[in-house]
Design a protein around this ligand. Structure first.
Ligand code: GLC
Length: 631
């Protein structure tokens, strides 16, 4: 049988109808509007395909025929995530910056939310008041369409968000709900008194305990409580109502038909709530995502979907679908575990905790992939499990305390300059804010005018980036990191931002300073040109495409993490020394996986190495990495 994604629309529709109906009815069969809403859903799918432009259908076909099995597994993709206004002002201006990305090697852009969001209560655009109108701060929908067309001409890819879990309290539905319209109150979780909210809160963790304690907000106009898991201006949508599902799917299709290649589903872990649970990662949330995926696959199959599920490792992996739904949920998930573990290894100089998590991460199904990253617009959560820390021989409480102190600059001798985010006084939990460069010590090194420390911090930056470029998945850089941006403290003067220190690592790009990327000798140039080289290497080594082809090398040295990427006869060994001293591993490490290379070429340093005897050593300088191909 032909795989679902290569069939014609009609075949896709017919063969998926049963499953769409099963999934839909598992939620809405007993809802008074359920039957009618199901009819509307099918019409919506038809209409979306009918309205999909010829060029997007052609691009769908190209993607479906691409090698490797799915276009998004390719080693040719490299992304950057950015705030349009802080990067260059407007969407229109961004069109003029496409050369900059091409120069660097970036061919996938994640535009942080550009749809309408109230400036004073926006959560960086994640409180959307109109899912179809581009916020005038960034430009117009026309500008976005022009940008998409230009990117398509250049063979670049576009990623946008759908904020599925909540709307802004100024969204039309919320405005009407506040005025007392029951139909719209039913789009959210509304309660007459505190009885049910209290029940929910007994088991719900707080997301922003400092800025937005609790998970419900009192709305005085209608004298009711509404669920607000994130900030009090972000009202949680109620997917028990089929109208909410249909409306949001319609928005998803709207983005698909704009030409979005990857849809980032914001906070999918939260979309279903059940009293007595943490209200995260519930089976119903997964079923809703499976329903979205199958509808997308029928109507707009060129759009991949990405789960932004920043949860425990064994929960993240479920967003790819499991058991009979394996590889039938999200195409992508963020490898938040690996990201945090790289920060762990960088601070401790020890890779054992990172290793302890890998058996779970390797469970990712074939045909799905990660977004790999070192930094993004959010904080770094130490979201891996305590048992991983314990298995590595540490005490989890002390270990996490050390990491928090190390990165917030409270550990004697730490060069990192960051801050604690979302500190929960009750549980002691906290996450970490700070830019890649500042957390790697560049800010302190520059402030101290310490040339050696500058070199060291640049090496750390590149080590962190290299690992996420080669480990498998689509790397997503964060804007500014390509030129070593330090923390930006100007957010403290802005009332709409000062309560949220994640703004310290969301810089406003100074293009005069950024011209240094072309001036040899400057820090910006060193970081930019090295990043450019890393991206070029990634694209030139086909075995880096994510075909579930990663084998970790046995830990011959706890300071060094190494993996083999292999496909047929192609092999690349990638090694990373996280310690501040030179380290060595026996040459035997290269001979364990069915091959005994005699010569290795390092693509990064452009050197050859003769493979020595098992009693001899390969030496890695402090914070160095190697991309070694047998020759
Ligand atoms: C996601 C976003 C984060 C936002 C939250 C609520 O986690 O990445 O920035 O605060 O969702 O929408």
């Amino acid at each position: 049988m032909k795989p679902l994604f290569i069939r014609s629309y009609k075949e896709r529709f017919q063969s998926s109808l049963g499953e769409i109906s099963n999934l839909y009815n598992s939620f809405y069969a007993y809802h008074p509007n359920g039957r009618e809403a199901f009819g509307e859903l099918l019409e919506l799918i038809e209409k979306t395909f009918a309205e999909r432009s010829a060029h997007l259908k052609e691009r769908d076909a190209q993607k479906l025929n691409a090698e490797p099995a799915h276009w998004f597994l390719s080693n040719d993709l490299c992304g950057m995530s950015l705030y349009v206004d802080r990067f260059c002002g407007s969407i229109d201006e961004l069109k003029n910056e496409l050369d900059y990305f091409e120069k660097l090697g970036v061919n996938l852009l994640h535009l942080m939310p550009v749809f309408e969001s109230p400036a004073e209560a926006s959560d960086g655009g994640y409180a959307v008041s109109n899912f179809r109108k581009v916020d005038k701060r960034f430009g117009t929908l026309e500008d976005l369409k022009e940008l998409e067309a230009e990117m398509r001409n250049r063979n670049m890819y576009l990623m946008l968000d759908i904020v599925l879990n909540h709307t802004s309290d100024q969204h039309e539905w919320a405005v009407k709900a506040r005025q007392g319209e029951k139909v719209y109150q039913d789009h959210y979780y509304f309660f007459d008194d505190r009885a049910e909210p209290d029940e929910y809160e007994r088991s719900m963790p707080e997301i922003f305990p400092e800025a937005a304690p609790g998970s419900f907000t009192y709305i005085k106009e209608c004298k009711k409580w509404v669920m607000t898991v994130f900030h009090n201006y972000q009202w949680d949508l109620n997917y028990r109502n089929p109208r909410v599902f249909n409306e949001m799917l319609d928005n998803i299709f709207f983005y698909a038909n704009l030409g979005v290649d990857i849809l980032r589903i914001d906070a999918p872990a939260f979309i279903w709530k059940e009293k007595g649970t943490r209200c995260q990662n519930l089976p119903q949330a997964h079923a809703l995502l499976q329903l979205i995926k199958i509808c997308v696959q029928v109507a707009t199959p060129g759009m991949a979907i990405l789960a932004e599920a920043i949860v425990r490792p064994h929960e993240i992996i479920k967003y790819f679908g499991e058991n009979d739904k394996e590889a039938e949920e999200c195409d992508y998930a963020y490898n938040a575990t690996q990201m945090a573990l790289q920060w762990d290894a960088l601070a401790t100089g020890d890779t054992r905790v990172m290793m302890a998590a890998q058996d779970i991460l390797l469970r990712k199904p074939f045909g799905t992939t990660w977004i790999t990253y070192t930094r993004c617009h959010d904080d770094i959560g130490l979201g891996y499990d305590d048992y991983m820390i314990d298995n590595a021989g540490f005490t989890s409480y002390e270990h996490k305390k050390f990491l928090k102190e190390y990165y917030s600059g409270n550990y004697n001798g730490s060069p990192a300059k960051g801050a604690l985010f979302a500190v929960n006084e009750r549980t002691g939990d906290a996450r970490i804010s700070g830019s890649l460069a500042s957390l790697c010590g560049l800010e302190a090194a520059i402030n101290n005018n310490d040339a050696a420390a500058i070199v060291l911090s640049v090496n750390k930056i590149l080590l962190m980036q290299a690992m996420s470029f080669f480990i498998g998945g689509t790397p997503m850089m964060f804007y500014g990191d390509e030129s070593g941006y330090l923390n930006d403290y100007s957010y403290l003067d802005d009332e709409g931002k000062s309560y949220d220190n994640r703004w310290m690592h969301r810089p406003v790009i100074d293009w005069n300073k950024n011209e240094n990327v072309d001036k040899p000798g400057t820090i910006e140039h060193i970081i930019f040109s090295s990043t450019q080289k890393l991206i070029g290497l990634r694209k030139s080594i086909p075995v880096i495409a994510d075909k579930k082809n990663l084998t970790w090398l046995r830990p011959h040295n706890i300071h060094v993490a190494g993996f083999l990427r292999a496909w047929d006869d192609d092999r690349v060994y990638c090694l990373f020394n996280f310690s501040n001293r030179k380290q060595s591993i026996t040459w035997y490490a290269f001979k364990e996986n069915g091959m005994r290379p005699t010569k290795l070429y390092d693509h990064w340093s452009e050197q050859y190495f003769d493979v020595g005897g098992d009693n001899e050593y390969f030496v890695l300088p402090s914070y160095s990495f190697f991309i070694l191909e047998p020759k």
